[in-house]
Write a protein that binds this ligand. Structure first.
Ligand code: WA2
Length: 269
């Protein structure tokens, strides 16, 4: 009897964890796909039109009206690549100065990535050089060298201070061949389209909608470095706290990063 009820508790935990991992991965994937489409929108209407057929008001309006397509993102933005020689002209044209993520006027750098278009929900990153933040900077460099969507490790997002990850897609000047080298990609980079996954509040929201939510505790980890798992969601509980646990694999689409979900019962079954 004892082993039979334990077996059933194990089975239930497994299916609840797998369901949650599937839902999270699915909502993550649709959000990433839509940000990909936004990167193509910027490429099409900002760079393949002369003069550009896009401005802040149009971008903000389109981003707001399509936000239902990106359920786990708190907002999207476009940061333009500006090399130092172009800084003065750029600032004069925009009518504002490039600022650091600490909101100070930016010191001289080789290049900058100031946000020129933003969804209203993240309007606080307008004019900020996204290369001035360590996590965002690493994302920018990796995205433009690979041409792929990339994710940061979990960190505290600006303004909300919630735990989350940033997604970045590169935008290139037209004419880049599909098989371009990393060097060619960097040279042809126009800017970066991305957004922040507010994991702390939006995943909470998602899990709350599911049956059995009160019975289990869910954690999500970035396990890219297996010897040092980073908490991405949930309160970290030391191992061995309870006997039953289940680990579900997660694939968020960046092969450089590995993630997993760990589920446990709140009370001993
Ligand atoms: N967006 C929102 N909140 C943040 C953040 C971010 N980055 N970084 C820290 N808190 C415009 O990769 C380009 C968005 C970065 C894209």
């Amino acid at each position: 009897m004892r082993t039979e009820s334990l077996r059933r508790a194990e089975e239930t935990l497994t299916s609840m964890c797998e369901e949650r991992a599937r839902m999270l991965q699915e909502q993550f994937a649709v959000s990433v796909n839509h940000v990909h489409a936004l990167a193509i929108l910027v490429s099409t209407f900002h760079y393949q039109k002369n003069p550009p057929a896009l401005d802040q008001v149009t971008f903000a309006n389109y981003a707001a009206r399509t936000s239902f397509e990106r359920p786990l993102l708190n907002g999207v933005a476009y940061a333009q690549r500006v090399v130092h020689a172009e800084r003065e002209l750029f600032e004069n044209q925009q009518g504002w100065m490039i600022k650091t993520m600490k909101r100070e006027p930016s010191p001289v750098q080789d290049e900058y990535a100031p946000v020129i278009y933003s969804q209203e929900t993240v309007s606080y990153i307008e004019a900020l050089d996204m290369m001035s933040g360590e996590e965002d900077r690493e994302n920018i460099l990796r995205a433009r060298a690979t041409g792929k969507a990339v994710l940061t490790r979990p960190f505290r997002l600006l303004e909300s201070n919630h735990l989350g990850v940033v997604l970045t897609f590169p935008v290139y000047l037209s004419g880049l061949p599909a098989d371009a080298t990393a060097e060619e990609r960097v040279k042809a980079t126009a800017g970066y389209l991305g957004g922040a996954f507010d994991v702390e509040s939006l995943v909470e929201n998602l899990l709350h909608q599911l049956a059995g939510n009160r019975e289990i505790v869910v954690n999500v980890y970035d396990v890219t470095n297996t010897s040092e798992p980073l908490t991405m969601y949930g309160v970290h509980l030391p191992d061995g706290h309870m006997s039953l646990s289940h680990v579900s694999m997660l694939d968020f689409g960046d092969p450089f990063r590995k993630h997993q979900m760990k589920c446990r019962y709140r009370k001993k079954p």
